[in-house]
Design a protein around this ligand. Structure first.
Ligand SMILES: Nc1ncnc2c1ncn2[C@@H]1O[C@H](COP(=O)(O)OP(=O)(O)OP(=O)(O)O)[C@@H](O)[C@H]1O
Ligand SMILES: [Mg+2]
Length: 589
């Protein structure tokens, strides 16, 4: 008896589903892809309980005949490719013929479909990939697929599903990623019967951007466009046209004032497919380098249209990655398009790439250049060796006179040397510890509550963490659509950019929840993250020079903190130069 056996089809489907279907949002992705490939003009996504109970995607696309409907649930049944050659020339979103049988093997699926102009439709019900029940349905144009109780027969996977808000947030992100490039299609997303996204068909990508992210956000973006024959790259605000004949790049880049603390709002679409791609990503960062602080991140939505023969889309089970035939060429295209777009006016005054931060208007917060990027939600521990005990033994350097150096440094003489303080980093540390204590937060009820429109995903996250924000003195309430009103803020926030703050907090929460850590450690990290962002926002915006009294207070407050030598992100707040060090520098020792 051989030890090796060919696995039954049902088990093969379940294994494939393991790679393709990770969570409800994966079902949404696959079903929307099918609707787009079927030429739908309108796609409606409905979900119940974060998609764990139900996901339904209906479209008005080409539909299927009864024969095709029966075939589409078979493994490797596809209308999209026929030969080897087709595999390297894919212009549809689907191509493997695996999505529907995979979904069917791990859920209770009902498919209703009807080809345009056919006399009758077909309804197929199937549970766990078995026992198909086939009946006739009234004719209509299109397809609707209902997926109930995902992973009901794979308990090991069902238990990995996250909370309803987290699963919903993945669904929202998926619908946004699908709806953005396909602007000629109308998209609706309903969750528990209320509308989350509802956008009609529009004529341009920019209109879709405004529909999805709001006019305000789109104002922060620069247009970029490059056409190189087999590739296109496109984007917003300042248009750059370069035609190299075979590729095109277009998209939206954040202006230099709109940098973020995290990497949210970084989207790359290759032939309408949202992907992660280190080549494009690196090229975009390379173009921004020297123009934005090292620890801030640009936002970009870059669309690359490329000859399907030059890109392999069959390299990732969830199709989240692609491989380019000539990555160097892509890198050059993206870097030069982004670089030109930034120089084309977005830098609002800065003429050259490589211009120092100090000469770029819009930067109020100049941080010392550190290594790489930081995530404010990862609060770094203070290293014992960074602290020099005894130097401020009296804790009284605040009594000394100060010298302002540049926009944010202060030098203070102390007994056996001098200290250079980064005013903003110091302020951040003081506020951060104050916010962490929560009880010490003084709040201010806004005389005129501030109304802010948020993108759907961020709106959902903020509303689900309302009570957590409340603990930090930030009272936020729902105000119809995706608008929130901010009624109360921590006093120091004053005129801070409250929308930017909510977006930063939301992206931090999304990143944090993505780590999969749960329970008390997660709550703790969320609290640290929110405190750090509140502190950072005040500090970033608060660039006004402090007078002597304010400086004194800041320095004595800093001295009272638990980690006075580092800001919440781990950068130094103050650096000590002892007399001994000075002697060494001047070769007197
Ligand atoms: N909404 C739809 N409208 C019309 N035809 C559809 C729809 N959904 C699926 N089909 C048909 O069923 C086939 C199988 O769909 P399925 O998603 O399983 O595979 P695929 O899209 O071909 O490839 P992939 O596995 O990469 O998604 C498709 O090739 C298409 O012909
Ligand atoms: Mg498909």
């Amino acid at each position: 008896m051989p030890k090796i056996a060919i696995l039954p089809d049902l088990l093969i489907n379940k294994i494939a589903a393991g790679e393709i279907i990770e969570r409800p949002a994966s079902v949404v992705r696959e079903l929307i892809d099918n609707s787009i490939d079927a030429g739908a003009k309108k796609i409606i996504v409905e979900a119940l309980h974060g998609g764990k109970k139900l996901i339904k995607v209906s479209d008005d696309g080409a539909g299927m005949s009864r024969e095709d409907a029966l075939l589409c649930l078979e493994r490797h049944a596809t209308s999209k490719i026929k030969s080897d050659d087709d595999l390297f020339n894919i212009s549809t979103l689907g191509f493997r013929g695996e999505a529907l049988p995979s979904i069917a093997s791990v859920s209770k699926l009902t498919l209703i479909t009807s080809a345009v102009n056919s006399g009758a439709g077909t309804k197929i019900e199937i549970s766990g990939g078995k026992e198909k029940n086939i009946t006739e349905a009234p004719p209509f144009a299109g397809t609707s697929v209902e997926v109930r109780d995902i992973f009901y027969n794979v308990p090991a996977r069902r238990k990995f599903l996250k909370t309803i808000p987290t699963e919903l947030s993945h669904i929202i992100d998926t619908v946004l990623q699908k709806a953005f490039p396909c602007f000629k299609t109308a998209f609706t997303l309903k969750h528990n019967n209320s509308d989350i996204i509802n956008v009609h068909a529009v004529k341009s990508l920019k209109e879709r951007f405004i529909q999805l992210y709001g006019e305000e956000l789109s104002g922060e973006f620069i247009k970029v466009k490059k056409d190189a024959g087999h590739m296109k790259l496109y984007g917003f605000l300042f248009e750059v046209k370069k035609d190299a004949g075979h590729m095109k790049l277009y998209g939206f880049l954040s202006s230099l004032d709109f940098t973020r603390a995290g990497k949210s709002y970084q989207y790359i679409f290759v032939n309408r497919r949202a992907v992660k791609n280190p080549t494009v990503n690196h090229a975009a960062y390379a173009a921004y380098s020297g123009l934005i602080p090292k620890d801030r991140h640009p936002a970009f939505f870059l669309f690359l249209d490329i000859d399907p023969q030059k890109v392999d889309v069959n390299v990732h089970p969830a199709k989240r990655e692609v491989r380019f035939e000539t990555p160097e060429e892509i890198h050059r295209l993206v870097e030069s398009a982004v670089y030109d777009a930034l120089r084309g006016g977005a830098v609002s005054g800065a003429q050259d790439k490589g211009v120092s931060n100090a000469s770029v208007p819009g930067f109020t917060y100049l941080r010392p250049s550190g290594s790489g990027f930081y995530n404010p939600f990862v609060v770094q521990e203070q290293r014992a060796e960074d602290f020099q005990p005894g130097f401020f033994a009296e804790g009284d350097f605040a009594r000394h006179r100060y010298l302002h150096i540049g926009e944010c440094f202060i030098a203070a003489i102390s007994g056996n040397g001098f200290t250079v303080i980064d005013q903003h980093a110091a302020h951040e540390r003081v506020l951060y510890e104050k916010y962490l204590k929560k009880t010490a937060i003084e709040t201010e009820n806004l005389f005129l509550p501030v109304r802010v429109e948020l993108p759907p995903r961020e709106f959902n996250i903020i509303m689900n963490h309302k009570s957590l924000l409340n603990d930090f003195g930030l009272v936020v309430e729902e105000f119809g659509g995706h608008d929130v009103i901010i009624k109360t803020i921590p006093r120091e926030l004053g005129k801070a950019d409250l929308k930017g703050l909510l977006l930063d907090i939301a992206s931090g929460i999304i990143e944090e929840e993505g780590t999969g850590v749960k329970g008390a450690p997660q709550q703790d990290r969320l609290a640290h993250g929110i405190a750090a962002r509140l502190a950072c926002h005040k500090s970033v915006r608060g660039s006004e020079p402090l007078n002597e009294m304010e400086l004194s207070k800041l320095l004595s407050d800093l001295d009272k903190t638990e980690s006075p030598d580092k800001c919440p992100h781990g950068r130094p707040t103050r650096i000590f130069f002892t007399l001994d060090e000075l002697r060494k520098m001047f070769k007197r020792k």
